[in-house]
Design a binder for this molecule. Structure first.
Ligand SMILES: NC(=O)c1ccc[n+]([C@@H]2O[C@H](COP(=O)([O-])OP(=O)(O)OC[C@H]3O[C@@H](n4cnc5c(N)ncnc54)[C@H](O)[C@@H]3O)[C@@H](O)[C@H]2O)c1
Length: 329
């Protein structure tokens, strides 16, 4: 019978799991040797990942072609979604635009057609509604084909203090900015998994990297998008579906009208981005299989470095930069 020693050690009153003391010396030696071997291997992998990142920085990957891909863009009727629709169509992709704003969406698609790209289609879809997503996804599959690039772009941003946010605003923020990503993943991932091929792009935000006043639900929703994409990456990696790529994009403020009252201290260096610039950066990130990017690029490094400081330090930097959004009320 195996003798199990009940540890008396406890951390903050929490009992540690029992330790099996009945292991032979040989077995204990093997276990230690295995751990040492794994640690050495881990260091090698870490060095390799650093080398790989440096190499990719010096020699950026060639953007992959999107010709012939079927790209579905949610929120294609306005802002970055609209610009993305133009860009992908101009590079030979078939574009499927989804939006709740039927008029704007149809305008985007007919403008694409007028520019000489016939393969563009508009569908009305409220991405916050699971049934609607599944119904329209089925239609797209029958009428256009399997979506190979999904761009989860639609989003809203009620901007005021948490106590002034209505229940309806908070629920809509999470339904459109977060839950919609789950519904579209569930609708389009099966075909991607079947073919072990595809790409999902998700619009998070710099507000998904650090918290900002007036944006409590919005920041929560954009942090959630980043977390969901990271978790999905793990699922696909462990299932060895290595040809389904994921890209999470965190833009700084973009001049689409979504940011109603932007506050920028250093407007020479940190002015609002144009939707065209942001869309180009998003497309490049997708074409080069980037996992997580900010637009502009340097924001990610800046955030990572600032996070090395104690929280107080990060707050000093934030106050110094003093960029954000005033309440829209
Ligand atoms: N503009 C910015 O400063 C900024 C910065 C970082 C991240 N983002 C994110 O980028 C994305 C696009 O932002 P934008 O500024 O281009 O937005 P936008 O307001 O210009 O366009 C959003 C589009 O989404 C559509 N939409 C809204 N709810 C929908 C729903 N339920 N179903 C389908 N479509 C719906 C709208 O009709 C609109 O056409 C959003 O997710 C936003 O949170 C924006």
């Amino acid at each position: 019978m195996v003798e199990v020693h009940k540890s008396k050690m406890s951390l903050n009153g929490i009992q540690q799991p029992p330790y099996n003391r009945n292991k032979s010396i040989g077995r204990q030696f093997l276990e230690v040797a295995q751990i040492i071997g794994d640690v050495c291997l881990l260091f090698l992998y870490l060095l390799y990942s650093l080398g790989d990142a440096i190499y990719r920085y010096v020699v950026p990957p060639t953007p992959k072609s999107v010709k012939g891909e079927i790209v579905l863009i949610t929120g294609a009727g306005h802002g970055m979604g609209k610009e993305l629709a133009f860009l992908y169509a101009s590079k030979g992709a078939t574009v499927v635009g989804w939006d709740v704003n039927k008029k704007n969406n149809e305008e985007t698609i007919s403008e694409i057609n007028q520019r000489g790209y016939p393969h563009a289609y508009a569908y009305y879809c409220d991405v916050s509604k699971r049934d609607s997503v599944f119904e329209v996804a089925k239609k797209v599959q029958q009428e256009v084909g399997d979506v190979t690039i999904l761009i989860n772009n639609a989003g809203i941003m009620p901007t005021h203090p948490i106590l002034d946010q209505t229940q309806e605003e908070i629920e809509r923020t999470f339904s459109i900015n977060v839950l919609a990503h789950c519904w579209t993943m569930q609708a389009f991932l099966p075909a991607m998994k079947k073919n072990n091929r595809g790409h999902i792009v998700a619009l998070s935000s710099c507000a998904g990297l650090f918290g900002l006043e007036n944006l409590v639900p919005y920041c929560g929703s954009k942090f959630a998008v980043r977390g969901m994409m990271e978790a999905l990456h793990e699922e696909l990696r462990l299932e060895k579906l290595d040809r389904i790529e994921l890209t999470t994009v965190c833009p700084y403020m973009v001049d689409t009208g979504l940011c109603k009252r932007p506050r920028v201290r250093f407007d020479r260096f940190m002015r609002l981005l144009t939707p065209e610039y942001a869309a180009k950066a998003i497309m490049k990130a997708q074409q080069t299989n980037m996992k997580l990017v900010t637009v502009p690029n340097y924001m990610l490094s800046l955030t990572n470095y600032v996070r090395l400081f104690p929280l107080k330090g990060a707050i000093y930097v934030k106050d110094f930069i003093n960029a954000g959004l005033e309440s829209d009320l």
